[in-house]
Design a protein around this ligand. Sequence first.
Ligand code: ADP
Length: 220
Amino acid sequence: FRKSDSTSVVVIGLGRFGSAVASSLVQMGQEVLAVDEDQALVERWADELTHVVQADSTDDQALRQLGIADFDRAVVAIGDDIEASVLTVLALAEAGVKDIWAKAITRKHGRILQRVGASHVVYPEFSMGERVAHMLTGRMEDYIEFDDEFSIARTLAPPFTWDKTLAESAPRTTHGVTVVGVKRVGQDFTYARPETEVRAHDHLIVSGPTRLVEKFCQSR
Ligand code: ADP
């Protein structure tokens, strides 16, 4: 396998997380080299992912033979086997891969990955659990929190905004949040403007400090 452009990504580990990353990348038109030590998984993904090879990613010689040093970006999607995950990140970093995304299953695991060269550590189960909790209690349909406690959420329009323009209900003054978009049933999202009128059953995209976004979504 020879990577043909700078957007190619190597994905190591084709478990649930890695295979989802790899197939999404392929759907987005990115070139992906996928690696797993499990031959059965390699065969299972061979059709969907164009370049799938069987190799042990903790073996730096094997990685070198795959031309890993030519890649700028890698995703290490090995979770349960912490030793393999750490050794793989280390091998990629030593090979000069600059942008290494790695999945961790615990905070300690994540800290080690950062130490050995991961540029981004993700905690898929932890993050999803946190999001579900926020969505459950905060009446949010979707929710993303950034590191600095700033969030963007999708929610049903709270009653106090119904049959008023955003200038009239003034969520920024009353709740300290910004309504970014409004969606009416059967229509696309539109950017919110002061003169945008909100009705019952509309969906809103709201941004602001997490605490205030939650309050807004729960308000009546
Ligand atoms: P998930 O929870 O996302 O399913 P897993 O940790 O169960 O993740 O899956 C990790 C995948 O990584 C498995 O398919 C496993 O075969 C693969 N894997 C583990 N160690 C290595 C290694 N040293 N080299 C290559 N692939 C590996």
